[in-house]
Design a protein around this ligand. Structure first.
Ligand SMILES: Cc1cc2nc3c(=O)[nH]c(=O)nc-3n(C[C@H](O)[C@H](O)[C@H](O)COP(=O)(O)OP(=O)(O)OC[C@H]3O[C@@H](n4cnc5c(N)ncnc54)[C@H](O)[C@@H]3O)c2cc1C
Length: 381
């Protein structure tokens, strides 16, 4: 019997599996696709901290970003330029494969082209390249993405909201080291233009409704000739419960994505490391009760739970804002003193501290008034 079975070989699955194997546990990682890292459903923008937590080589980096330009509905820019590397744009397929390779070297056994299609007590039922199997485990880590079949089979509550996303890779001549953000492209979230090296960029948006129509219009405004098309879903708002019945949910399966950016790799991989630590402790003690597993949820919440909660409220407020209100907020933030605060204190993985700092700044009072009004609409809705 394996100590731990990890379902899903995305970054969170392989990070959890690697950390388990490094602690001496016998670890099996099951992936339904025959090739790890394919298909890609990601823009590949990782903060420098997110890049580090993945423990991959710099070969996966396609471009390095030093800031962002946020455009209002009239195209007026708000430039946040840190003047130093803040994020990397990666080849996401290569990142997944390097993470899986490191896990295999640490001793993880992989079972590819095999889907988990059921659970029978403390065993997963699989079908795929090697036929049907029943594989017992001491603990199960569900790293099976936003749709998480395991979470459904176990009856776990699901993330609060799921956004649909579309993205195209296009030829691009603009700033090669600044991310473009376009709130007006999608009133439920935002649109993005992320340079990906070699004069190409990833142009995409996410939202709750009219996503295809909005995406077609946005893509048309950015050249239109698509060289690679990606579609996917992004969970928002963590699931109410992320452990139980010998199972831990990590990454997208648990809804551990930053609601302010849609980035899930930093929080997801960190959740995977917390999960692996708890799995190792449980295996060591030979105790797998829910109260033992609860340590996992406590730890990810201590680490970044408050960030996700504040991010969730900011997203709900953003979704209530009109175009005029968003433009007014951006106009208020265009003040050089405020941009300087954003440059100095902005952290794309932990934006709550900056949000707190900004709303207590007198120069942002006008924008804060708009946020409060939109917040009240959110509460009344
Ligand atoms: C368009 C788009 C752009 C994004 N851009 C960014 C970005 O720039 N930066 C960022 O940080 N995040 C981004 N994200 C989010 C990021 O892609 C996810 O948060 C991240 O992939 C989550 O990793 P994961 O390992 O939890 O899940 P996944 O990467 O989804 O991996 C889950 C794996 O489980 C496998 N699986 C599913 N079911 C089964 C089963 N029954 N049996 C076996 N295997 C199974 C799947 O095949 C898959 O390989 C983006 C998402 C989208 C959709």
């Amino acid at each position: 019997m394996h100590d731990v079975v990890v379902v899903g070989a995305g970054p969170c699955g392989t990070a959890a599996a690697r950390a388990c194997a490094e602690q001496g546990l016998s670890t099996l990682c099951i992936e339904e696709h025959g090739t790890i890292g394919h298909p890609v459903q990601c823009a590949g923008l990782l903060s420098t901290a997110a890049f580090q937590v993945c423990r991959v080589s710099r070969r996966v980096i396609l471009a390095t970003m030093k800031g962002a330009i946020v455009y209002d509905s009239a195209g007026i820019p708000l430039t946040i330029d840190a003047g130093e590397p803040k994020a990397h744009v990666v080849d996401r397929g290569m990142l997944d494969r390097e993470m899986a390779d490191a896990a295999a070297r640490a001793g993880v056994e992989f079972l590819l082209k095999t889907a988990v299609c059921g659970l029978s007590g403390d065993a997963v039922l699989t079908r795929g390249a090697s036929g049907r199997k029943e594989i017992p485990f001491r603990l199960l880590v569900a790293a099976d993405g936003v749709r998480s079949p395991i979470a459904r089979m176990r009856g776990f509550p699901r993330p609060r909201m799921v956004l649909a996303a579309l993205q195209a890779e296009v030829p691009f001549q603009g700033d090669q080291d600044m991310v473009g953000i376009f709130p007006d492209a999608s009133p439920d979230f935002f649109g993005w233009v992320i340079p990906a090296g070699k004069e190409r960029a990833r142009v995409g948006l996410a939202g709750c409704s009219d996503v295809k129509e909005r995406f077609d219009r946005f893509l048309g405004e950015h050249g239109g000739s698509c060289l690679d098309l990606v579609s996917g879903a992004i969970p928002m708002g963590p699931a109410e419960r992320t452990y139980g019945h010998r199972t831990l949910l990590v990454g997208d399966a648990a809804g551990l994505v930053k609601p302010t950016s849609g980035g899930g790799i930093y929080t997801g991989v960190r959740s995977a490391l917390h999960a692996a630590a708890v799995v190792a402790e449980c295996c060591e003690q030979g105790s797998f009760r829910d109260r033992d597993l609860a340590a996992y949820e406590r730890r990810w919440k201590e680490d970044f739970g408050r960030e996700l909660e504040i991010g969730w409220h900011l997203l709900r407020i953003r979704q209530q804002m009109t175009t005029e209100e968003m433009d007014a907020v951006l106009a208020a933030l265009r003040d050089p003193e405020i941009t300087e605060i954003i440059v100095r204190q902005g952290d794309m993985d932990r934006p709550a501290a900056l949000a707190r700092r900004l709303v207590s700044n007198p120069r942002v009072i006008r924008a804060a008034g708009i946020l409060v009004r939109s917040g009240i609409r959110t509460i009344l809705k």
